[in-house]
Write a protein that binds this ligand. Sequence first.
Ligand code: E4P
Length: 214
Amino acid sequence: MKFFLDTANLGQIAEAASWGILDGVTTNPTLVSREDEPFEVLIKKICETVPGPVSVESVATKAEDIIPEARELARLADNVVVKVPINIEGLKAIKVLAQEGIPVNTTLIFNPMQALMAAKAGARYVSPFVGRLDDIGHDGMELVDQIVTIFNNYGFETEVIVASIRHPLHVIEAALMGADIATIPFGAFEKLVQHPLTDIGMEKFLKDWEKVNR
Ligand code: E4P
């Protein structure tokens, strides 16, 4: 299972990269808007910091505009993946970009058919937003389960990125369902490795070590 960091913050990316288990980064216009660096400079720096794929979102709304914008984004660095929201214009763009070898992460997926359509168009990744579904009283992880099953049924190579993650339980469930990737905000990422019993156990061991005749 691959772990991506869901942020555009260079400090968070460098920190998570130093842990040795960071496989990629996803950004979106909201995350980018929180940073001060000029957009292209920021994306290039992120791409240099992360060895794996970095998703950068297209903001055009018509296929004829999404395609040239995606080509420009892909030129920023070899590891750029272009994020395209799912709709009919997005589908048309994904088809063309896939044929050109530009990897697409289809974003804002809220039902399994959107994911299947994106995969059929040639998307490299689909991003179901689990937290936003939970927020409105739906079961976000059920969507992930459905997409994983559908892709397995038909042998699609499109990878499932579990997105809009709010807490470690989302990541555990994603792993149990066989999702390829979880993209995780920094706060939840830190929690993946923490447990109060680990801290209490360490504290006791260190105290007892003081009593050892050395
Ligand atoms: C996915 O790639 C998005 O950047 C992200 O997961 C959205 O999450 P949010 O619902 O916390 O904004």
